[in-house]
Design a protein around this ligand. Structure first.
Ligand SMILES: NC(=O)c1ccc[n+]([C@@H]2O[C@H](COP(=O)([O-])OP(=O)(O)OC[C@H]3O[C@@H](n4cnc5c(N)ncnc54)[C@H](OP(=O)(O)O)[C@@H]3O)[C@@H](O)[C@H]2O)c1
Length: 291
């Protein structure tokens, strides 16, 4: 039986992974969070604590470490850059060093925000990143650390993730329920990706030896505005979504105007295709609307 450690296990991706792995008898799953949960579901492992990471990994000796930890609040990263660096860049380094020492595979998750968004076609894994926010910069340092310190590491870059927890889909549904005015930007293009689709590709890749960088987003692309409209269409909610531009919707962190990723390595190395973003969204919404 292989041992899998999921760090940041209470986050959107961590929960989706557990859902897919928990009944698989091939795996024993360990789940950790920055603080232990009172119900005992999650052990404590703050990945910014170098000694704690080394100690936990050498005691547990997982075959595979899936790092789902991140400081994902993109705007907060601007004002808490030091914390963002520790969580997004140093934590992955400590995990990579420990993985290398113990012979584990490391799967680290990254973001489309490592790019500046000036491209006119989807970014492939060979395009040179140029992040424009603290979040993007610290995530890129985390990617480099994962690859540099562990020879068996995968870095998966994804975009617009929604699963269990706070996310764009749930925020839109809440705003509509509250009767708020909804304004969404039209000039940032992404590929929304369900946590479940991302978890599926991680589980596929972790059993291969084909390490390296992978873009891993749902197929197709859209603006956040169209994404919002599709959410309301599926939910059958008749609500007006006002169009705004990024220059009218000022946020502390700059976002790339175009951060569509081409899953070239998944396709060419493995013949693996992720679901179209609208199909994945429908799958997700069917579930949450029947909960
Ligand atoms: N969400 C998106 O739209 C998006 C887009 C592109 C890429 N990604 C990437 O996808 C991955 C998964 O994202 P997600 O949406 O699942 O994130 P998430 O829901 O925000 O979960 C992140 C988890 O990390 C935990 N964490 C934070 N600091 C920690 C620390 N020092 N030690 C241990 N755990 C810590 C958080 O716990 P606390 O709540 O206790 O801090 C949280 O449970 C991340 O690498 C992210 O950068 C996400």
């Amino acid at each position: 039986m292989k041992k899998i450690l999921i760090t940041g296990a209470a986050g959107q991706l961590g929960l989706a992974l557990y859902r897919l792995l928990k009944d698989n008898l091939k795996y024993m799953i360990y789940r950790t969070e920055s603080a232990p949960s009172s119900d005992g579901q999650f052990g404590a492992l703050d990945i910014t604590d170098e000694a704690a990471v080394a100690e936990a990994i050498s005691a547990m000796r997982p075959d595979i470490i899936i790092n789902c930890v991140a400081m994902t609040a993109v705007d907060l990263c601007e004002s808490e850059a030091d914390k963002a660096y520790r969580v997004n860049a140093l934590g992955p380094k400590y995990l990579a060093v420990a993985a290398q020492e113990t012979g584990a595979v490391l799967i680290h998750i990254s973001t489309d925000y490592v790019y500046d968004g000036t491209a006119v076609r989807p970014y492939t894994e060979d395009d040179i990143p140029n992040p424009i926010s603290v979040y993007g910069k610290t995530k890129l340092q985390g990617d480099a650390n994962a690859l540099q310190y562990c020879s068996r590491s995968f870095v998966l870059r994804t975009s617009g993730v929604y699963g269990e927890g706070k996310n764009f889909v749930r925020t839109m549904l809440r705003l509509a329920k509250e009767g708020s005015n909804i304004r969404v930007v039209t000039d940032q293009i992404i590929s929304p990706t369900s946590a479940l689709e991302l978890a599926r590709v991680i589980i596929f890749l972790m059993e291969t030896n084909s390490h390296g960088i992978y873009n891993a987003t749902c197929e197709g692309s859209t603006s956040w505005h169209e994404f919002a409209e599709e959410i309301f269409k599926i939910a059958g909610i008749d609500v007006k979504v006002a169009k705004v531009s990024s220059s009218e919707y000022i946020t502390p962190a700059k976002r790339p105007p175009y951060s569509v990723l081409d899953n070239r390595n998944l396709r060419e190395r493995h013949g693996y295709y992720m679901k179209d973003w609208k199909d994945a969204l429908r799958e997700y919404m069917n579930e949450i609307m029947h909960q």
